[in-house]
Design a protein around this ligand. Sequence first.
Ligand code: IPD
Length: 272
Amino acid sequence: MTAPALTPELEARLLDTAVTAARAATDHACRNRHRRLEVAQGFAHDVKLSLDTECQKIAIEHILERFPDHAILAEESADTATATSPPPGFEWIIDPIDGTVNFSHALPFWCCSIAVRLAGRSVAGAVHAADFNELYTASQSGPALCNGKPLHVSDVPDLAHSLVLTGLDQKHNPRGERYGVFHAIADAIQKTRIIGVAALDLCRVAAGQAEGYFESGIYTWDIAAAGLIVERAGGRTETLAALGPHRWCFLATNGHMHDPLRKVVVEALGRG
Ligand code: IPD
């Protein structure tokens, strides 16, 4: 089956839909903030909120109203046990609340991330960080924007002057390698930060506020929209390993210090 044609008009409609759906989801989360501790499922280092599922439902309704025959891959309903290939046509990738733990603690570092892929490649994406009033967008042939203003990655050329955003994969990687990689990155650069919201971390790389982002294990819905935003802002993204259904070891940078950071990470991962 051949992939459907992506005209400029369709690309604009897809982006507009991603924005509308992301805004609708964050609007619901904000209006129901008083319910931020309603837990649907708890884990040692993570949480699923009732609001995750509700926001996801709202986003899906917005998307299917406009594109009823498109496929959906969404965090709260995804099958993370079975490996599948992306469909040949359009597929929407939704993280209704990225940074759920932050949101549940009333920390403002959370967002809704929505991307649409064609044959597995992101062609439009929106990240809405409601508490910062920041809407990040990009499309395959359009610029990366924050609230309509162009974004560009930083010019920082080397590791010594770089700030890298990262995470600790506590749920899926209990063996301790994650601390080895963290130490290796921290020793090589100016500063690491763990903010706990992958999509927004990547948008901060696109905005030139951080030079890099790395996670040893991250899901497709955390990176599908913001990865495109980094690329359209002039940065570089790279999947270092496929870890299982929808899960990746992933690096994104301003491009200038990509190879040196990649070397640090790959060596540390190799040491286990
Ligand atoms: C999480 C955040 C966090 C990252 C985790 C993700 P969620 O997403 O993006 O920064 O370190 O790996 O699972 O669960 O809050 O949508």
